[in-house]
Design a protein around this ligand. Structure first.
Ligand code: PLP
Length: 378
């Protein structure tokens, strides 16, 4: 078997596989983005966005990948006159730190080693020191397959009165998020993850108090300008029209499944993946109790790097999973199981992994990984 991008079993950590209905929705001739038809599309998307976020609020669609959403939020909401606290324990937390530092010189970073939980005591201590205007955190650290415990961090942030700005790019529609209960002021989603739409749009949820606090940030991503246009189902600049059409269909699919059922399916798939990793005799990268439900990060077995494992999956079995980032390159591989990923994807991926490890004489218990998955199927 050779790699074929059109038929591959596709379990990278996003973009994820796209449903044919969503693909077809994009195949339309150019639309007048200032015309009634397109305004109708935007109106429908706005009605559907609460299904994605699990909450109502001010919800925007930005042309640009997830990072555009983060830059929009950080540039418009990070205070100039007070401290911003950035919490990081992975590549995307570090990137948020970089973005925030473009827009403020008053930043404190609370850092944990990549893959370790964020130290709650250090967060509380920084908040107690006072003068914190905003706290930025990644909910699901895709780079290390770890979900940060926002439920534990949120009460301290709430008590401090700081704005709570959350990168939910690989969390939204993948793991439960209590937007209102946790007092989240800005939540950024990417179209290409749990929603299973094509890459290229950022979805942003804002609280009332975030809207009141907006200041001009970047010109293109000025959230106040976007909100003003959106009131008329419009966008300030020419939007990525085909992606909006795809987004509408992906949201309809999500509504048909229901957010709760998508979260439950994603959780079960994650349990299947974790069970299969154990059965292969491999180790999760993060501590199990912090392991993400959307991305499973696994240590490469000793002596087997990307060429022997991940590239062999691609070359010999037409299966795509993702490698590590930064210092973790060649040390871990990551299996994404969000969006419309399903049991057949997981079975094919772990069957191929069994075969590769078996051929290398490193399979402790043949068939056990597939058994672990099958046992967790509904
Ligand atoms: N934050 C997180 C948690 C991510 O997983 C990603 C992408 O994988 C990003 C930020 C960056 O998003 P994008 O590549 O869509 O700009």
């Amino acid at each position: 078997m050779t790699f074929d991008p059109e038929t591959a079993t596709f379990l990278i950590a996003g973009p994820v596989r796209i449903h044919p209905r969503v693909l077809r929705a994009m195949s339309m001739s150019s639309l007048n983005h200032r015309g009634d038809y397109f305004h109708g599309v935007v109106a429908e998307i706005r009605e559907l966005l609460p299904v994605l976020f699990g909450a109502k609020g001010h919800q925007l669609i930005l042309t640009g990948s997830g990072t555009a959403g983060l830059e929009a939020v950080h540039s418009s909401l990070v205070p100039k006159d007070r401290r911003t606290l950035v919490l990081t324990n992975g590549n995307f937390g570090d990137r948020s730190d970089e973005i925030v530092r473009r827009y403020s010189t008053n930043v404190t970073t609370v850092k944990a080693p990549w893959g370790q939980p964020i130290p709650l005591e250090a967060v509380r201590a920084e908040l107690d020191r006072g003068d914190v205007g905003a706290v930025c955190v990644v909910h699901n650290e895709t780079s290390v397959g770890l979900a940060n415990d926002l439920g534990a961090i949120a009460p301290a942030v709430k008590k401090s009165g700081a704005l709570f700005l959350v990168d939910g790019i690989s969390a939204v529609a993948g793991i439960p998020i209590d937007v209102e209960g946790w007092g989240i002021d800005a939540l950024v989603a990417g179209s290409q993850k749990g929603l299973a739409a094509p890459a290229g749009l950022a979805l942003v949820h804002l609280s009332d108090r975030a809207v009141a606090a907006l200041h001009p940030g970047t010109f293109y991503l000025d959230l106040a300008a976007h909100l003003k246009s959106l009131d008329k189902n419009d966008t300030p600049w020419t939007p990525a029209v085909p992606l909006f059409l795809a987004l509408r269909e992906a949201l309809v699919l999500l509504r048909e499944e229901g957010l709760a059922r998508r979260l439950e399916r994603t959780h079960r798939l994650a349990e299947g993946a974790r069970g299969a990793v154990d059965a292969l005799g491999l180790q999760l990268f993060p501590e199990r109790r912090h392991a993400s439900d959307t991305v499973t990060a696994v240590r490469n077995p000793d002596g087997m790097g990307d060429p022997e494992l991940r590239k062999a999956l691609e070359r010999e079995y037409n299966v795509l999973v993702q490698g590590g980032q930064g210092a973790l390159t060649g040390k871990i591989f990551r299996v994404g199981h969000m969006g419309i990923a399903d049991w057949p994807d997981l079975l094919v991926t772990f069957a191929a992994l069994e075969r590769i490890l078996g051929k290398a004489g490193r399979l402790p218990n043949p068939g056990a990984a597939l058994r672990a998955i099958v046992d967790r199927m509904p």
